[in-house]
Design a binder for this molecule. Structure first.
Ligand code: TYM
Length: 327
C-alpha cells in the first residue's frame, strides 16, 4: 500500500486555501493509502510566538483536522515534536542541503522580507520539512501549489543522500489537486489566500461565521467587465471564484463558467457552495472541542505509531552516515 504524508502548521486559523488545497484531499487519501498527517509545531517555532497560543492552537488544529474528516482509527494523526526523530533527521538534511539551494526558496524570500526577526530556523525550514517526509518512506505528499518547490528540494535531498551514502530514502512525489491548489485572496486575487494576508476581507476561515462568509464573497473583487470566463491571467478574481466553486462541487472551472452570464449569481453560488462545505465541519468541531482530553489521547496514540516507523528510518540513516549505533 502506498504511503502518504502531509503536514500543516498550527499557526493562525485554518482557511479555505488550506481546506481545498490540502486537508480535504487528505480525507480521501486516508482510505486509499497508509496515511500520516502531522501538525508541525516545530515549524511554527521559526517565527516567535506566545507559548500559550502555540499550545492552544496545536490542539485546535488537530481537532479541526478531525472535524474535517481525518479519522484517527484510519490514519495516523500526530504532533511533530512528539516524535523526536524529526529534529534529528532534520540536522542530517541540513548537512545534505546546500546553502545556495535553501537561499533560492521562494517562501523563505517572502517570509524573510516581511519578518522583523529572521531566525536561522526560517532559513533551514525546508530541511525539517524534508525530514518530516523522508522519515516515513513517503510515496506521495498531498499539498497545495505553494509547496511545490519544497517538495522538489525534498526529492533532491533524498536522491543526493542516497547517492552519497547508499539507498536509504524513498524519493517522494507531490500530489497537487486539479481544483483548489491555489485559492487566491478574495480582495487581491493575484495573491494567494494566506494567514499573513493584510486584509481580513480577503480570507475565509473554516470556523468563520457563515453569514460573514457570504458577505465576503459578495464583496469579492472581480473586474470592470461582466463576462464570466475562466482565465487566470486576464480575470484573476472571476477565475478564483470559479476555482473555489469547482473545488467545492467537484466540477471543472472552465465548464462552470459557461453556466453564468453575470458576476452576481456566480458569487452567490460560490458562497453557497462554500457555506455548505463549512457547515458540517463547524458542527463537528463544536462537538469534538467539548472533549479536549479525547484529542490528547488520540495524539499520544498517533505519536506512538509514527515513532515506530520514523525510528526505523532514522536508524537506517544513522548507519548509512557512519554514526556509531546507540546503546
Ligand atoms: P501550511 O501550514 O502553510 O499549509 C498547509 C497546506 O495548505 C496548503 N495551502 C493552500 N492551498 C491552496 N491555496 C492556498 N491559498 C493555500 N495556502 C496553503 C499548503 O500548500 C499546504 O499543503 N511547509 C508546510 C507544512 C509542512 C509540510 C510538511 C507539508 C511541514 N512539513 C511535510 C507537507 C509535508 C506549510 O507551511 O504548510
Amino acid at each position: 500500500m502506498a504511503r502518504v504524508l502531509s503536514g500543516i502548521q498550527p499557526t493562525g486559523a485554518l482557511h479555505l486555501g488550506n481546506l481545498l488545497g490540502a486537508v480535504r484531499n487528505w480525507v480521501e487519501d486516508q482510505h486509499r493509502a497508509d496515511s500520516y498527517f502531522v501538525v508541525v509545531d516545530l515549524h511554527a517555532l521559526t517565527v516567535p510566538k506566545s507559548p500559550e497560543v502555540l499550545r492552544r492552537s496545536t490542539v485546535e488544529m488537530a481537532t479541526l483536522l478531525t472535524a474535517i474528516g481525518l479519522d484517527p482509527d484510519v490514519c495516523t494523526l500526530f504532533v511533530q515534536s512528539h516524535v523526536p526523530a524529526h529534529a534529528e533527521l532534520s540536522w542530517f538534511m541540513e548537512c545534505t542541503a546546500a546553502f545556495g539551494e535553501l537561499r533560492r526558496m521562494v517562501q523563505f524570500k517572502d517570509k524573510s522580507d516581511r519578518a522583523e526577526f529572521v531566525s536561522a530556523g526560517l532559513f533551514t525550514y525546508p530541511a525539517l520539512q524534508a525530514a518530516d517526509i523522508l522519515l516515513y518512506d513517503t510515496d506521495r505528499v498531498p499539498v497545495g501549489d505553494d509547496q511545490r518547490q519544497h517538495l522538489e528540494l525534498t526529492r533532491d535531498l533524498a536522491a543526493r543522500f542516497n547517492a552519497r551514502y547508499g539507498q536509504t530514502f524513498v524519493v517522494p512525489e507531490a500530489t497537487i489537486p486539479r481544483a483548489g491548489a491555489r485559492v487566491m485572496d478574495l480582495q487581491n486575487p493575484t495573491d494567494k489566500m494566506s494567514k499573513s494576508s493584510s486584509s481580513e476581507a480577503g480570507i475565509v476561515y473554516v470556523l468563520e461565521d457563515l453569514e460573514a462568509v457570504v458577505r465576503k464573497f459578495k464583496r469579492a473583487v472581480t473586474d470592470s467587465e461582466s463576462e464570466v470566463r475562466y482565465d487566470i491571467v486576464a480575470k484573476p478574481g472571476v477565475s478564483n471564484l470559479l476555482s473555489i466553486l469547482a473545488a467545492c462541487t467537484g466540477q471543472d472551472p472552465a465548464s462552470l463558467a459557461e453556466g453564468y452570464s453575470q458576476y452576481g449569481p456566480l458569487k452567490a453560488d460560490t458562497a453557497e457552495a462554500v457555506v455548505e462545505t463549512l457547515r458540517p465541519v463547524q458542527a463537528r468541531y463544536a462537538e469534538l472541542s467539548a472533549d479536549p482530553g479525547a484529542m490528547t489521547a488520540i495524539l499520544a496514540k498517533g505519536a506512538e505509531k509514527a515513532a515506530a516507523v520514523a525510528n526505523l528510518t532514522l536508524t537506517r540513516a544513522r548507519d548509512a552516515l557512519g554514526l556509531l549505533p546507540r546503546g
